[in-house]
Design a protein around this ligand. Structure first.
Ligand code: FES
Length: 77
């Protein structure tokens, strides 16, 4: 599983670096999970944006990222 976190200006100012820290906590429990930074994912107004296996998810923050990620890997949605 590959997760890209937007490090574009808008998402960064909204706290994407905090989302990275939360994802690192998850990574230890998910074999094969990789986290990368990304340039702008093209949906700045709805950021913070992340991409999970090619699918962009918007409206992510440090409080909801774990829930979003776990839902994605358990249900695929
Ligand atoms: S800066 Fe994150 S989507 Fe543009």
């Amino acid at each position: 599983m590959i997760v890209r976190v937007c490090m574009g200006s808008s998402c960064y100012l909204k706290g994407s670096y905090k989302v990275v820290e939360k994802l690192k906590e998850i990574r230890d429990k998910v074999p094969g999970m990789k986290i990368y930074g990304s340039l702008c994912l093209g949906n700045c107004s709805k950021g913070i944006c992340i991409e999970i296996d090619g699918e962009i998810v918007s409206g992510v923050n440090e409080e909801n990222v774990k829930e979003i990620f776990l839902k994605k890997i358990t249900t695929g949605k």
